[in-house]
Design a protein around this ligand. Structure first.
Ligand code: G3I
Length: 402
C-alpha cells in the first residue's frame, strides 16, 4: 500500500512545472534579461505586504536570513533588505567560538552585542548560532583545552554567552552537528574534541546549562545531511532521532530541531517521504522544526543563469512544499542574504566546473529578487491557503520579549 504522503515522480514533475509556470505567469513570459550579468524579475514587488516576512506571517511562520554583521553595519542596501524581508535573523559567524573567544580567558562581544541591539530595535527575532560545535574553534583551543578543563570551559562559555543575551534570543543552536555515522560509533556520535574530552554527556550538559542561562530561548539541536532520500541520510536521521528521544526521555531541556537544508538542485526526487516522516517524528516527541540554513547548490545545473535560477527556484518550492504542511515547522532561514556572500563560493571544493560563481539564494549579488524568491513566497502561500496543517503544534513558548 503506497504511503499517501509519499510523492510519486509525477508529483515532483508536476510541482516543478507549477513552480516554473508561476514564475512565468508572474512575469508574463518568464524572467527578462537586464543589461550586464544576470537578469531581474520585472514587476516583482518584494516590499511590505509582498515581502517574505509578510507571507510567512500569514502562514504562521517566521522567515529570515543568516547575516554578516560587518555588511549589516556598513552596507545600507543590505541592511534595508534584511529589515524589509526578515522576521528572524541569525549571525552567520559572529556568535561562534572563533568570533567570541580571542583567548581562553577573554570574550569579545562587540559584534554580537551590535546584532542583538539591531534585532531588538527592529523587533526582529534572533537565533543564536552556536554554543557547541567542533568547527570554528579559536586557534588556542587545540593547544589549551584538555580533558581536565574542557567541561568547565564549555559550561562557562554557555553560561556567559547565553546568560548575556538571556530573554533576547528566539532560539539557540545549543549543539551543532554532533552526529557522524562514518565515525563508526554505535550511537552515531561524531568523534569531536568535546566527546573525546568530556564524554557522551557533553550534549546533555550543554542543553541543561543553556536552559539555566536563558529559560526563554527555544533550545535547538542543529544538523545537516539528514534531508535527502538516500540510505546515508536515512541512517543519519535515525541516529539523530535516537539521540533526541534519549535526551527527551532524560527530561533534557530540548525544544526544537534545526534542519540545516543545504540542498542540491537535482535530482528532482532528491527529497521526500523520509524527511517528512522525520519531521512528524520530531513533532511526536514535542519538538518544533526550524529550517535553519536553507540554500540550493547549483553546481550540477547548466551555466546559463536563467536556467540555473529556475532550477534553484523549483528546488526551493518543492522542498518547502514537502515540509510546510507540517505544523511544527515554524521558521525558515536562508544561509545568507544574497548570492554575493554565500559560503558556497568560499573555497575551491565547492566551485562549479565552469568556474562560474554559484547562485544559491533568493537575491542576486545586486540584491535583486530572483525566481527563488517567488518560489519561497508561493510555498508560504500554499501553506496559508491549505489552512489545515498536519499535527498539533508543540506547546510554543511565548516569544522572548523584544
Ligand atoms: O574573520 C576571519 C578573517 O579575519 C580572516 O582574515 C579570514 C581568512 O582566514 O577568515 C575569516 O573567518 C572566516 C569566517 O567564515 C568569516 O568569514 C573563517 O576563516 C571561515 O572558516 C568561516 O567560514 C564559515 C564556516 O561556517 C565556518 O565557521 C562560513 O562563513 C559559514 O557560512 C559556515 O556556516 C556553517 C554553519 O555555521 C553550520 N552549518 C554549515 C555551514 C556551512 O559550512
Amino acid at each position: 500500500m503506497r504511503d499517501p504522503r509519499a510523492w510519486s515522480r509525477r508529483d515532483f514533475l508536476g510541482h516543478a512545472a507549477i513552480a516554473s509556470a508561476s514564475l512565468a505567469l508572474l512575469n508574463g513570459c518568464g524572467p527578462k534579461r537586464s543589461s550586464g550579468s544576470g537578469y531581474r524579475l520585472p514587476g516583482v514587488d518584494v516590499s511590505g505586504p509582498h515581502s517574505l516576512k509578510a507571507h510567512a506571517m500569514d502562514a504562521r511562520m517566521l522567515f529570515g536570513f543568516a547575516v554578516n554583521t560587518q555588511k549589516l553595519r556598513d552596507d545600507a542596501a543590505y541592511r534595508a533588505l534584511v529589515e524589509q524581508q526578515c522576521s528572524i535573523i541569525v549571525a552567520e559567524n559572529a556568535m561562534k567560538w572563533h568570533a567570541l573567544r580571542p583567548a581562553i580567558d577573554q570574550f569579545s562581544f562587540a559584534d554580537a552585542d551590535a546584532l542583538v541591539e539591531f534585532a531588538a530595535r527592529r523587533h526582529i527575532r534572533l537565533r543564536g548560532h552556536n554554543l557547541c560545535w567542533h568547527e570554528a574553534l579559536p586557534e588556542w583551543f587545540a593547544k589549551q583545552v584538555t580533558a581536565v578543563n574542557a567541561r568547565q570551559l564549555l559550561r562557562d562559555h554557555i553560561r556567559t554567552v547565553a546568560g548575556r543575551y538571556s530573554g533576547r534570543i528566539h532560539s539557540w543552536d545549543v549543539v551543532n552537528e554532533a552526529i557522524e555515522i562514518r565515525d563508526g560509533r554505535p550511537d552515531g556520535l561524531r568523534n569531536t574534541p568535546w566527546l573525546q574530552m568530556i564524554g557522551t554527556d557533553y550534549i546533555e550538559m550543554a542543553f541543561r546549562v543553556a536552559r539555566d542561562a536563558d529559560p526563554s530561548a527555544l533550545l535547538t539541536y542543529n544538523e545537516y545531511g539528514i534531508e535527502q532520500e538516500t540510505q546515508e541520510a536515512a541512517m543519519k536521521r535515525a541516529a539523530v532521532l535516537l539521540m533526541l528521544r534519549r535526551l527527551k526521555q532524560r527530561n533534557v531541556p530540548l525544544d526544537a530541531v534545526g534542519i540545516q537544508s543545504h540542498l542540491q538542485a537535482q535530482p528532482a526526487n532528491g527529497y521526500g517521504p523520509g524527511l517528512q516522516r522525520f519531521v512528524q517524528d520530531c513533532r511526536e516527541i514535542g519538538l518544533e522544526v526550524f529550517i535553519t540554513e536553507l540554500d540550493v547548490n547549483d553546481r550540477t545545473l547548466p551555466s546559463d543563469v536563467e536556467t540555473r535560477d529556475i532550477g534553484v527556484a523549483n528546488r526551493y518550492r518543492s522542498y518547502l512544499d514537502l515540509l510546510l504542511p507540517e505544523r511544527n515547522v515554524t521558521a525558515v532561514l536562508t544561509w545568507g542574504v544574497s548570492d554575493a556572500g554565500t559560503w558556497l563560493n568560499q573555497g575551491k571544493d565547492r566551485a562549479r566546473e565552469d568556474g562560474l560563481p554559484q547562485r544559491p539564494l533568493l537575491f542576486d549579488g545586486q540584491l535583486r529578487a530572483k525566481p527563488a524568491f517567488v518560489g519561497v513566497r508561493d510555498a508560504f502561500d500554499a501553506r496559508h491557503q491549505a489552512g489545515a496543517l498536519r499535527g498539533t503544534p508543540p506547546s510554543q513558548k511565548p516569544l522572548p520579549k523584544l
